[in-house]
Design a protein around this ligand. Structure first.
Ligand code: NZQ
Ligand code: ZN
Length: 389
């Protein structure tokens, strides 16, 4: 196991009706004037936004509202939010929504305390400070409620890029599983797929002797595989929603990834798809992960076979472990199909003729390779996209 620091300072406030504590929580963390940031309208329709506003008003906390975050959040609204924060002397950003709203809030929080262009941080500039950000989560998926990351698409060139730092870890996150019961089936499935991907980006590692994090990863995967179909059959199944909600958090706050080298090339490959075609991140991952797995499997076939046996219930073939490994990938694909995910380019509306453009943008930062488990060059990326066709 490698040396590591683990810093996860977020207060998680989990359970039914906990969003009604928003005002008290904001006060506890020093907020006096809040930017409430939200998405395309689900929180208005569900009445959540009104409840949050009432909770802030009850604590005499003033606020300004900024809605309209789109999935795959864009830079334009971030600039607007930064401008509002500076003009209105906002000292706290409250994200009410999913990963897109949270990531947009984090970008605004960074830019509000910076004189330059917030995009500098998404091009590698180290961050030192941001306004405090808190979240009221409405979808189990991206894990941004517990992560120090933010992913934004810049409208100039449609570049989807991430940045990370401790300043972006939410001070608190309210996780009420009931809030996720209104999710359409497709978004529930996209969310489950993203969580699975967050675990697998960590699972496929070259670091040896990492039994504890291997087992945590496997436990999270087994949970998602069991609970996601239940939530799809009965969207109001509180316990399934609750298990998924905590799974999404532990899949990405890095408790299952510390002490081991992580990969993240599939996320890189996917971000080009969601930027280019504006598809859901989870759906893009459902297409790219099996393709990546088939391409790199022989780098450490026993690790793939281990997942096949421990997670997908495959029988170990000691003579031909690659058969076991392939069976595991097949079972993953079948699971993704069973929850309504696409597993090929056509299911995303993606086209083979766009692959050269996708590869070019993917490597536009000048990096020679992508990922760690196997370091992929541009030619590898092209072949993996082709496998996904
Ligand atoms: O905008 P509204 O109207 O709220 O609708 C949203 C949106 O259309 C809807 N939704 C959310 N909660 C709902 C609901 N509809 C009904 N009932 C509810 N309770 O769902 C749609 C998708 O929302 P979005 O926030 O985009 O989903 P998600 O949480 O999957 O976030 C995806 C974004 O997060 C990024 C992705 O790249 C993508 O841009 N990621 C962020 C990460 C991070 N910051 O650590 C890591 C991830 O790997 C990921 O890259
Ligand atoms: Zn993801």
């Amino acid at each position: 196991m490698n040396n590591f620091n683990f810093y996860s300072p977020t207060l998680f406030v989990f359970g039914k009706e906990r969003e009604n504590e928003a005002g008290k929580l904001v006060k506890r963390f020093g907020g006096t004037k809040v930017l409430i940031h939200f998405g395309g309208g689900s929180v208005i329709k569900s009445g959540l936004l009104d409840r949050v506003k009432q909770s802030l008003t009850a604590e005499d906390i003033s606020f300004v509202e900024l809605g309209g975050v789109m999935p795959n959040p864009r830079s334009g609204l971030v600039y607007t939010g930064i401008e509002i924060c500076k003009r209105e002397k906002i000292d706290f950003v409250l994200a009410v929504g999913g990963g897109s709203v949270i990531d947009s809030s984090k970008a605004i929080a960074l830019g509000a305390l910076y004189d330059g262009d917030f995009w500098d941080f998404y091009q590698g500039k180290a961050m030192t400070k941001a306004l405090p950000v808190a979240t009221i989560l409405t979808i189990s998926a991206a894990g941004s409620e517990g992560s120090g990351n933010s992913v934004i698409t810049h409208e100039n060139g449609m570049l989807k890029r991430g940045c990370g730092g401790d300043a972006l870890r939410p001070v608190f996150s309210v996780l009420n599983p009931e809030l996720t019961c209104t999710l359409p089936a497709y978004q529930t499935a996209c969310g489950a797929t993203d969580m699975i991907a967050h675990v697998m980006e960590r699972y496929f590692t070259n670091t040896q002797e990492v039994e504890i994090t291997d087992r945590l990863c496997e436990g999270i995967l087994l949970t998602i595989i069991k609970e996601a179909p239940k939530a799809l059959v009965n969207p109001a199944d509180y316990d399934a929603r609750a298990n998924l909600m905590w799974a999404g958090m532990v899949a990405h706050n890095d408790v299952c990834g510390v002490g081991r080298e992580q990969d993240w090339s599939t996320h890189g490959l996917e971000h080009e798809l969601s930027a280019f075609y504006d598809v859901a991140h989870g759906a893009g991952l459902a297409v790219m992960f099996p393709a990546w797995m088939k391409y790199v499997m022989n780098h450490d076939v026993m690790r793939f076979a281990q997942m096949a046996v421990r997670v997908w219930g495959c029988e170990m073939d000691f003579q031909q472990p690659e058969k076991t490994a392939l069976q595991g990938i097949y079972k993953l694909e079948q699971f993704l199909i069973s929850i309504g995910m696409p597993v090929r380019f056509s299911g995303l509306g993606a086209k083979a003729e766009d692959i050269p453009t996708l590869v070019k943008t993917l490597f536009s930062s000048g990096a020679a390779t992508l990922g760690n488990f196997v370091k992929l060059n541009a030619d590898d990326a092209r072949k993996i996209y082709e496998l996904a066709v």
